[in-house]
Design a protein around this ligand. Sequence first.
Ligand code: AMP
Length: 205
Amino acid sequence: MSERYPTVLMFGPPGSGKGTQGKAIGTIPGFFHLSCGDVFRQLNANSELGRVFLEYSTKGELVPDDVTVRMWHAHLQNQAQSGQYDPAYDLLILDGIPRNAPQAGMLDAHIDVLKIVHLVCSDDEAMIERLRRRALKENRLDDTKEDVIRNRWRVYEEETTPVLAHYDKGLIADVDALPTPAEVLHGVLEVLIPVQKAYRAQVED
Ligand code: AMP
């Protein structure tokens, strides 16, 4: 087994449904979904890391890169050690990381990117509405305020879009994020099934 985790990256602006899609894919054997934001949200709010997370996320800002990558890697190693994640069998579906070019560089040591699913959406207002609904349903402080939502978008555009430039263009597959979640899932699976098949064939060789 290669030391770098075989990985698919999920990309898309806040509200594009990458978390929903990642979670759905993660229920299928052979895929392991990890959302960086979920790992942060699981932290105890009174722990040092939990306080750092709240300090940044309540403003819609990114947590500093070194803290983020260290926390992410430690979490992933725990999941592998506890048997939740089997790198020899599961494709890692990463959502919310890397968020900027320095993180992409830091992650190169840990992941082998086989594909990038890029959820694209042409209707900004539809995405904002999704974020508002989710904030109410999931009690997410970061998305209850309009200015925080807009700041998260600005951060996405400024920092995350250039991350794609870090990777080979041939790895990127655009999937339309505007149809229903089931239709988007269909589009994502059309991209991922061949990747999984190729990976299994390589492992079983
Ligand atoms: P998300 O659920 O992915 O939208 O993330 C919610 C918040 O968690 C973000 O606004 C950031 O404050 C923090 N966060 C999540 N992932 C990262 C990351 N890769 N780098 C830095 N901060 C992150």
